[in-house]
Design a protein around this ligand. Sequence first.
Ligand SMILES: [Zn+2]
Length: 451
Amino acid sequence: MTDCLVENARIVTDAGLRHGSIAIEDGTIAAIGPELSVSGADADRVLRADGMVALPGAVDVHTHMHDPSLFPDDIDFASQTESAVAGGVTTVIELPTQTPVTTPAAVREKRDECAKLAHIDFGLVAGNVQETGTDVAGLLEAGVPDFKTFTAEPYRADDGVIVDLMRDVGAAGGSVRVHCESQAILDRARARLEGTDPTLYPESRPLEAELEAISRVGWFAEYADCPLHVVHISSGSAATVADRFTSRANVPVTLETCPQYLAFSADDVEARGPFLKVNPSLKSAEEVERLWQALRDGTIDLVATDHFPTHRADRVRGWEDIWEPYAGVPGVETMLEFLVSEGVHEGRISWARLLELVCARPARESGVYPRKGSLAVGTDADIVLLRNDPWNVSADELTFNGGWTPFEGRTWSWRVDTVIADGAVAARDHDVSAEPGDGSFLARGPCATGE
Ligand SMILES: [Zn+2]
């Protein structure tokens, strides 16, 4: 018996949109194609998708959702995975924030806490590594193959520590993710600025800080034979620098960018102020255009969000003093609608490219492909239906409980209609029916290598 039949969708494939239906049994895809032997009469539930686009649930490989020592009580893995599934993200890879996750015991503790709260399946990243001697083998055994470290404060590691980490992780079959900004440049740029106005913020984190650090860690990775994942690339020029290593190194280099760097430039900070306080900072409008080009031509490998949830009341303090609030924006719920509306609908990327950027490549990079990030017989039935239906973006229209979005006031042409996670309807029109505990921990093996 078929549990659910998604009928007459436009399914996103490598070759573009194809008409078809999808039959779901026991949480996995039982059949998919233009003509199924299964009919609506054989299914417990039929979802008519006429005119809607079906995509695998998105895989967001960069979120900060759970850290009781940092976030207020109502911002935790329950409320934030609820926001994720509302927006069509059905898998998240969660990174450490303030609380270190650098031992197998810490992984097990975070895994068990998050599993009780998770609306969707999730994996964990270890970090933030600031000292040599991390138990890399133990962490891989605990299902965590990637390791986060920083070249900048507040979690900065010395260059030697980063090289040591890369040696150990590369030998063990893992991957290192680095936040790339040069602390030397950041310190000097900040020291030259006086005042508290939000428009100072982009100047405090110049383009060259990112270019220098990416170049440095690129050579570290090549020297240490370690797969490198450059997180949140904020400019087209930085993508070009990172790409030097993808073409010459004998180890894979993954390039990630985030919606905020595609949607906004430093010119937008005057109007949106602290709602665009992000690290790395926003760059020039020319750099944003170059970043779209890098997204289109394959230089950028994947889009993730760097989702960082805070309350509106905390963030507005930045109008008075931009140095006050934490940097970072909530983004997990809006990533897909942004990329479809401002990317695919505006002709900047194709549907096939979208599939690669937010489903297939992030799933491969995380070691969960094809179970996640693809629609094929036998894979997890994680499906998003999108409808072409213009709407005005507002925090009121979202499930996110912080009360704000950097995209407030944009008009988007596409909206997430229905989300299916592990075979069950999990959200409709941003209204979530999945429950905490529905998701489970994805123990991941050694990282997939590149393609
Ligand atoms: Zn981050």
